[in-house]
Write a protein that binds this ligand. Structure first.
Ligand SMILES: Cc1ncc(COP(=O)(O)O)c(C=O)c1O
Length: 309
């Protein structure tokens, strides 16, 4: 378990990650009745005794909303408090990824969300700053993104990730890095665990929130940054054919940050990635608390004094 942070939050307490174990009869394990979060923490490049968390409030609110689909009342401020405590207790020494999870924790069978217990856990692991520094190749998935009418896509529910997993493995096993999923209408939705943007004629375009996407927090941040940089933005339905002739394509998410797409199936995208690079630069500055206009997006956790600003 060398990449994990030493302590986990599990069943209302902090214990060593090795001891945080669930039973084989755990309800969520059988039915996917869980919802997850995912956020990055970095050491403040200006002061390594401070940890910077990006858009903690938005992550906690999304997880609290996701918990509602599980019939679980878990206020965002409670999640925020536990995550802050988690960081203070673990004192990370490198960039890390935090995985909070809410799940039905009763032992037993029958898919349901009533008359069942829930638990909230958090663990963390070290993560590289850039997962694909050279960019990625993508293929269209033969699996379609679920529809909101059959799965609550405004939440980050675990059950929806079967499609992501199928799509990712199909892509990798056929020689690509990542999958692009269309929605049931045949419009572009997103990548397996990231949102997608294209640039056409100097306009930044991304599928709108009614296209069965996950409402990504990175996506939202990029839209704001682009608007502040004076880049024209559009959130709308995106056709598959637009991707193949786009000037630039990138995927984005907490884990992938902004990752350029170099090739989609047999279509090579242009090497010039002016807008992507401009956004990457400003996004990195925002996450490292070097862009004063995005200071509100950063929670600073001071390890030395055990205080949060
Ligand atoms: C399916 C899916 N879409 C999009 C995203 C990007 O969301 P965020 O920017 O909030 O990390 C993720 C992130 O995990 C995801 O799993």
């Amino acid at each position: 378990m060398k990449n994990f942070l030493p302590l986990a939050y599990f069943q209302n307490q902090f214990i060593s990650i090795e001891k945080a174990q669930v039973s084989i009869a755990t309800h969520a394990l059988h039915y996917g009745t869980a919802a997850l979060g995912g956020l990055r923490g970095v050491l403040n490049p200006q002061n390594p005794s401070e940890i910077l968390l990006f858009r903690l409030d938005r992550h906690c609110q999304r997880l609290s909303n996701s918990a509602k689909y599980l019939n679980y009342d878990l206020p965002a401020d409670k999640i925020e408090h536990i995550i802050t405590d988690f960081v203070l207790k673990n004192r990370p020494q490198t960039s890390f990824y935090l995985r909070p999870l809410v799940y039905t924790s009763s032992l037993g069978i029958a898919p349901r969300l009533h008359q069942i217990e829930q638990d909230f856990l958090v663990y963390g692991l070290a993560i590289a700053d850039d997962l694909y520094p050279e960019g990625i190749s993508c293929r269209f998935s033969s699996w379609y993104r679920q529809e909101d009418r059959s799965c609550p896509l405004k939440g980050k529910t675990s059950a929806s990730y079967i499609t992501s997993a199928l799509a990712k493995t199909e892509a990798v096993e056929s020689g690509f890095d990542e999958a692009i999923l269309l929605n049931s209408q045949g419009k572009v939705a997103e990548a397996s665990a990231a949102n997608i943007f294209i640039v056409r004629n100097e306009t930044l375009i991304t599928p709108s929130c009614n296209q069965d996407i996950l409402e990504g927090i990175t996506r939202d941040s990029i839209m704001s940054i682009a608007q502040d940089l004076g880049i024209k933005t559009e959130a709308r339905a995106v056709d598959k054919s637009e991707l193949l002739i786009a000037d630039e394509v990138f995927v984005c998410g907490t884990a992938l940050k902004i990752t350029s797409v170099n090739r989609i199936e047999n279509y090579r995208l242009p090497d010039n990635k002016t807008i992507t690079n401009q956004l990457k630069k400003q996004f990195t500055a925002a996450t490292e608390n070097k862009a004063p206009q995005y200071q509100d997006w950063i929670t600073i956790i001071k390890l030395s004094t055990n205080q949060q600003m």
